[in-house]
Each structure stands twice: as C-alpha cells, then as structure tokens.
Design a protein around this ligand. Structure first.
Ligand code: NAD
Length: 345
C-alpha cells in the first residue's frame, strides 16, 4: 500500500501574487518562514526564494504544475474591477475559480483561502456595521461584484473535510497602502485635473478603508486557523481596520498629506445621483450610435455618498484578529510611500 506524503503546511502558493495585495501577502509569508510559489498571468517583481509560475488560472494543467507539493493556496487573483469586460470576469472569477478548486483537489492541497470582497452584500444603500450574515446582494453594484459573489459561493461550497480540502473566504473593503496602483494614484490624478473640489452629500458617511498589512494579517490568520472541526471552515470573514472613517475625511487626509487641497464644496447627494442616473440613461439610449463608457455612474456616486462599513467581530472571535496598524499610522505610511505623487513633483 502506498501512503501519500503530505506536503509541509508551510508550502503555499499565492494565485495573483504579482498584484497589489498578493505581493504584500508573499512578502509577509516569506517573513513568517513559508516557502512561496506565485502563480499569475504576469511576473511583476523578483524575490529571492519565490518560485514564479506565469500562467492563466483558467488553465488547470498550468495550475497543477505550480501546486505540486503545496498544502495551502491563497487565491487573490481577479481582473481589475474597473474593467467592463463581462466575459473576462465570468471566465476568470467564476470558471477560473472552479478550475482552481479542481486543481487544489487533484493536487492534494489541504487549505484554500479566497480573497472575496465586502461588497458582495452592498446594493448601493447604507450598510452600517454590517455582519457576515447579511444576504448576498440581489442587485450587485457591478458585474465584477456579481462574479465575486459566485466565486465566494463556489469556494465555500467546496469545503469538505472528507475530501481533504478546507476553505474560507476573507472579505476586505477598500484596501490601501504602499504600491497600490488604484486608490492613491487615481485620487491624485483627479486632484491634478482640478476635479477634487466637491463633496457628495454632507460628508458624514462612514466607510471602511483597510490597510493592506491588516488584510494580509487576516489572510494568514485564516490559513493558520483552518483545520478540521474549526469554526472558520466554509465561512466568510470581514477584515477591516475596525475604524470606520468618513469617506471624505479619508480622501482629504491623503490629499492634504500629499500637498493637495481637500475637497470643500458640498453638493446634495440626491442631485448628484439624479444627474448620474440621467447620464447613464442617455448613454444607454445613445449606445447604438456611439460608444461611450461613462465613469460618472450612479453606483460610483453611491460608493462615495453612502455609509458602508462592516463589523469584524467574527474574525476577532474565531481567529483572534485585531488590526495591526491603526488608520492614522496607515495613512501616514501610505502618504510617505508615494513621494513621486506629491504636489510639485
Ligand atoms: P490586483 O489587480 O493588484 O491583483 C490581481 C492579480 O491577479 C494581478 O497580479 C493579475 O495579474 C492577476 N490575475 C488576473 N487575472 C488572472 C488570471 N486569469 N490568471 C492568473 N492571474 C490573474 O488586485 P488587488 O487590489 O491586489 O486585489 C486582490 C484581490 O482582492 C482581488 O480578488 C480583489 O477582488 C480583492 N479585493 C480587492 C479590494 C481592493 O480594494 N483592492 C477590495 C476588496 C477585495
């Protein structure tokens, strides 16, 4: 009789490890003594001790080659949320995630940690201190989120101790920090074009912005608590900074930290929402004649003008999560990490 030798629990793979969150995760895993393989469609850096496998996660054979002897997989790959390529979201986030699950089962991987998103329950109206038991959004804010919902369901349903694969999903919200190619660069670009003067609504809406190091900490805790019989099996967990902040205060602090003026003129929420709605309608009506991709959409207005912050007490209770970096320090570290985006540079 042959016995299968179990790979070391410290051998892991990060699918999407070339991305913003993925790279921070890889660096922390190395620091904690893990052996790390990165699987991504692109290689964006080199690090001693990290084996890179370039490939598409929809390709099972390519995945199997990267998952050999790996016991733990982090899946944090996704097309960029800003894309309007529905077919790509469906192919990568839904079909690709099925392939990741199959590859994990075939390769004998024991644990799969998915990076989901807190927005799987957001429909554009206020969420205050939302817990994980909120129902999935019936009308998700965009197609990206629709596929994140499908992806999370697939991964959680695949949790089966008898078959040897345990799964868990982490739902971060508004990840920020050094090397983020989205939030700060886009904010600065908007300010440089003179378009960061207005606050939508009265500016009192609270949201979660979560420092990347805290998100990484949540992922590693989840991986280390995932064992047969653990309460975290097949569950989703909010990982936040546990310090909801006024959306516009956060934007202002980052802008002022980099030398730009904070937005100061208030516009009524309903007025701005109504204009965005009208523009969307016009775009839809004109779509047979001209190809316009609107950026000022009702959902973007809702993201900037509603409360949406989440309760992370389940992660505190089940896996001892506590944010490691406060929001104040996180903003300071982030601002410091973008010297090239300072006003006047
Ligand atoms: P990112 O774009 O920086 O990283 C995603 C990585 O996935 C990239 O390196 C990309 O090359 C890779 N990838 C895309 N398609 C692939 C494919 N077919 N095969 C292999 N690799 C592929 O994004 P991020 O901000 O680091 O986000 C990481 C995860 O966190 C995503 O799942 C995202 O949905 C989730 N998330 C992000 C935020 C946020 O604020 N950034 C918030 C909530 C959830």
């Amino acid at each position: 009789m042959t016995t299968r030798i179990r790979p070391s629990s410290k051998r892991c793979a990060v699918i999407g490890g070339s991305g913003f969150l993925g790279r921070h995760l890889v660096e922390k895993l190395l620091e904690r003594g893990y052996t790390v393989t990165v699987f991504d469609i692109r290689q964006s850096y080199e690090l001693p001790g990290v084996a890179f496998h370039e490939g598409d996660l929809c390709n099972k054979e390519a995945l199997l080659a990267a998952l050999r002897d790996v016991s733990l997989v982090f899946h944090c790959a996704s097309p960029a949320p800003g894309s309007d390529n529905r077919a790509l979201f469906q192919r990568v986030n839904v079909e690709g995630t099925k392939t990741v699950i199959q590859a994990c089962q075939e390769a004998g991987v024991q644990k799969l940690v998915l990076t989901s998103s807190a927005s799987v329950v957001f429909e554009g109206t206020d969420i205050k201190n939302g817990k994980e038991d909120l129902p999935y959004a019936k009308k998700p804010i965009d197609y990206y989120t629709e596929t994140k919902i499908e992806q999370e369901k697939l991964v959680l349903q695949a949790c089966d101790a008898d078959k040897g694969l345990l799964t868990v999903a982490i739902r971060p919200h508004g990840i920020f920090g050094p090397r983020d190619p989205q939030l700060v660069p886009i904010l600065v670009d908007t300010a440089r074009r003179g378009k960061m003067k207005f606050i939508i609504g009265d500016g009192s809406n609270l949201v979660d912005f979560t420092y990347v190091e805290n998100v990484v900490h949540g992922h590693i805790l989840a991986a280390e608590h995932l064992r047969p019989g653990s309460p975290i099996c097949a569950k989703a967990y909010h990982i936040t900074n546990d310090e909801p902040v006024r959306f516009w205060d956060f934007m202002s602090e980052v802008l002022v930290g980099l030398g730009y003026a904070a937005p100061r003129y208030h516009l009524p929420y309903l007025l701005v929402y109504g204009i965005a709605l009208l523009l969307s309608l016009l775009t839809f009506l004109l779509s047979p004649l001209v190809c316009i991709k609107p950026t000022f959409t009702p959902m973007r207005v809702a993201l900037a003008g509603t409360h949406h912050y989440y309760n992370c007490s389940r992660a505190k209770q089940d896996m001892g999560y506590q944010p490691l970096v406060s929001l104040k320090d996180a903003i300071a570290r982030t601002v410091e990490s973008y010297p090239h985006l300072r006003k006047g540079t």
